[in-house]
Design a protein around this ligand. Structure first.
Ligand SMILES: [Zn+2]
Length: 277
């Protein structure tokens, strides 16, 4: 029963089929002798739900669950929400943009309650968890800060063992800046290992530095007249980049270019034509 801090317990699912780097984490927050919160519900797979519910029963002794918190709407975080809600009777709390979708899954409208930005979730006198809206990886992403224990639950915004995929880099950078200001010792990501002090506090900052470095590289290639995503990838990434990593790398460059367009630093120009066949 890995315990991260006085009120944080980690249920680790070493998933081989879904290719999440370093597996997936479901967190139980609170006092097992009193009431707890669950953060995220894993893939839709029945075996996943079973692992989560077994952990709740066998490791923690089936404490009352007051709320199921959702980090964001991707399937590996919301897949088991219907079964886990049914088993625990808890209220599901999520970003307002995700409410409609989860209400469809749960059928009982009252059981899904939108979070407010900055809302404080309390369990007795012991636990106060702040919901921080953190768009970037997904538009409905929420991180949770247990400031008393200096633990930050980062969902897919900051991962334990790899960099995160990003939908909107401009939003994502703002989110990282916001997270970097928090006084945190331990990062609890949705995938990969928990990152303890002293690496935890510097992780958000290192994500920012990495993205800024990549943006600088992309701008340099454009200055040198390299203008297609593929050729930018060939310049910025290692020459011998494995085939299956090329597409993700190009998607990442596209994310950077989209941000630079929003920043009005870059514009998209269509200048090439070809015959249909
Ligand atoms: Zn995700």
């Amino acid at each position: 029963m890995p315990q991260v801090s006085p009120h944080v317990y980690q249920c680790h699912i070493p998933d081989k089929h879904y290719m999440h780097p370093g597996g997936t984490n479901i967190f139980f927050i609170g006092d097992p002798k009193k009431t707890m919160l669950i953060l995220d519900t894993g893939e839709h797979d029945r075996s996943w739900t079973k692992q989560i519910l077994d952990y709740w029963k066998d490791e923690l002794g089936s404490p009352k669950i007051s709320s199921i918190l959702i980090s964001h709407g991707h399937g590996d975080h919301t897949g088991g929400v219907d079964r886990i809600q049914e088993a625990t009777g808890a209220t599901v709390r999520c970003h307002p943009k995700l409410v409609k979708e989860l209400r469809r899954v749960l059928s009982d409208d009252d059981k899904v309650v939108p979070l407010k930005s900055g809302e404080m979730l309390r369990l007795g006198d012991d636990v106060a968890l702040r919901a921080i809206f953190t768009p970037g990886h997904a538009v409905d992403h929420v991180c949770y800060n247990l400031s008393k224990e200096r633990v930050l639950f980062t969902g897919d915004t900051i991962l334990g063992a790899s960099s995160s995929s990003v939908m909107d880099l401009k939003d994502y950078m703002k989110t990282l800046e916001k997270l970097a200001k928090l006084r945190v010792d331990t990062i609890c990501p949705a995938h990969g290992p928990v990152v303890p002090s002293p690496k935890g506090p510097v992780l958000a900052k290192s994500y920012i530095d990495h993205r800024n470095m990549r943006e600088k590289q992309v701008l340099e290639t454009l200055e040198n007249g390299i203008d297609s995503i593929e050729s930018i990838r060939k310049t910025v990434y290692p020459k011998n980049l494995k085939k299956d990593l090329r597409k993700p790398a190009e998607r990442n460059i596209k994310t950077h270019l989209d941000k630079l367009i929003k920043d009005k630093i870059v514009e998209e120009v269509e200048i090439t034509y070809k015959l249909v066949n």
